[in-house]
Design a binder for this molecule. Structure first.
Ligand SMILES: CC(C)(COP(=O)(O)OP(=O)(O)OC[C@H]1O[C@@H](n2cnc3c(N)ncnc32)[C@H](O)[C@@H]1OP(=O)(O)O)[C@@H](O)C(=O)NCCC(=O)NCCS
Length: 153
């Protein structure tokens, strides 16, 4: 059985080109969000906001939890997804637990994110980790209604 580990995400400028391409393709396949490489590269993700990547033994990226600092108490998750063949086996929960430890160690306790209203799997996941729907974003995504979910870590 192959080994996978969540590790702190380097800033995008320190990822290899291959890793960045893998993340671009993962986000397109799993969330239908299509980023130009330059846009991905400029995301203000931070390890102090709990950002993680899931890697295999060869450092191929199989998942991301990317987060940014909003203010002294708050982080915002910009991307959270795992390769389809590795979903629903607990890796997302593992990432969330590591993310929460990292964020709290930085003195922050509030998290929010945007999710498509039809993404019931992710919404279920976020409810299980204690987030609640707090607002609707009718124009956030091209073809979907967005929901903001927020909670304390
Ligand atoms: C959302 C995601 C990161 C969760 O990670 P994961 O490793 O699949 O989640 P886990 O295996 O830790 O599951 C934890 C719980 O979430 C729920 N869950 C996760 N995915 C689900 C799905 N597709 N449908 C229903 N419930 C789901 C399960 O009920 C599970 O609860 P259980 O432990 O009682 O069975 C992952 O499924 C994913 O990458 N999905 C596609 C991309 C996506 O939608 N990202 C969110 C964008 S905002």
């Amino acid at each position: 059985m192959e080994e996978y580990s969540w590790v702190p995400s380097p800033p995008t400028s320190d990822l290899t080109h291959g890793q960045l391409l893998a993340i671009r393709d993962l986000l397109a396949a799993e969330t239908d969000e299509h980023y130009a490489l330059a846009a991905l590269y400029s995301l203000p993700i931070s390890s102090a906001a709990g950002s993680l990547i899931l890697i295999d033994a060869n450092e191929n990226v199989k998942g991301v939890l990317w987060s940014m600092i909003i203010d002294e108490n708050t982080v915002r998750i910009l991307a959270f997804c795992i390769n389809s063949d590795l979903q629903n086996i607990g890796l997302g929960t593992q990432a969330w637990n590591e993310f929460a430890i990292l964020v709290k160690s930085e003195g922050k306790s509030s998290v929010y994110l945007e999710v498509k209203a039809e993404n019931e799997g992710a919404i279920n996941f976020y409810r299980k980790v204690g987030l609640n729907e707090i607002a609707i974003l009718s124009k956030y995504y091209h073809s979907s209604i967005g929901i903001i979910m927020q909670g304390n870590l």
